[in-house]
Design a protein around this ligand. Sequence first.
Ligand code: UFG
Length: 329
Amino acid sequence: MTVLVLGGAGYIGSHTVYALIEKGEDVVIIDNLETGHIEAVHPKARFYKGDIRDRAFVDSVLDKEKIDAVIHFAANSLVGESMTNPLKYYDNNVNGTKVLLQSMVAHGLNKIVFSSTAATYGEPERVPILETDRTEPTNAYGETKLSMEKMFKWTDRAHGLKYVSLRYFNACGAHVSGQIGEAHKPETHLIPLILQVPLGQREAISIFGNDYPTKDGTCIRDYIHVTDLAQAHILAVDYLMKGNDSNIFNLGNGVGFTVNEVIETARKVTGHPIPAVMAERRAGDPAQLIASSEKAKTILGWKPEHADLEEIIATAWKWHSTHPNGYAK
Ligand code: UFG
């Protein structure tokens, strides 16, 4: 089977490409390298540098390659940036997906798995969150992902293009080999920021708010290992290849950790005291996000294998301590 991975040079995309190749699949990657890294591209994948908003470019790849299914990671994903520059998110995420779908429909390509997010829910009504719960994003990033989900729904209705939308909770960790990992610029995510302290790149980690209605006052998140996310994409492709209908799945461990607990675990893993300082709440942060992933477990047969937070942080530490500047030399 040949799988086209859009955004295959990015964080979750590169881990999924590694998992597909480990499984013996043929992989074609499209990435514009705006936030992705050429060093993260698996040497066995066929790589095309270009932008999914460029219809002629997407058509040229689909003309040349015989693709069975598409996995779509190519998007901007910074919540803060989406609030100051929402149109960038509508252009790349929504418009980019529209161009991609036009090309797929024209080429008779009718299977796609794509990255959605817990940010589609906004402030949850309850936890654990079910796929059928209210979706009311509190940021432009989540809104564009929800728009993409709706675009898929109507494209399915009109053209029979089947999709699986995977709503990730907090992606983290790195490939067990230590060869690829998380490398964002700017970095905004909790675990890599914490690990910058033992790397000597940051004095202390700031805790954004300690007056939330949680057990220690700090926000609770559901941290899910990137390799477990990668496996879910492979299962979702298999699900579509078997002729199943379009569907939406949450992906998380179903266990929440507070910011304090994550810092404490990182201290244990690194052996560094990692000083923490209290800071103001960050705008738009829900108090807690915890997934119910029962649907993915039941229907896709998904089983997260790196659910232990200590193990998750240990894989991240292996990557960051050997690549303190990410992919930069
Ligand atoms: N946090 C800190 N200090 C920091 C960074 C983060 O206390 O320096 C806290 C945040 O306030 C939050 C938690 O750590 O409570 C996790 O923050 P991240 O930025 O790592 O992740 P988010 O939960 O904000 O974001 C994740 C994904 C987004 C997605 C969002 C859905 O990274 O893509 O979940 O809400 F949109």
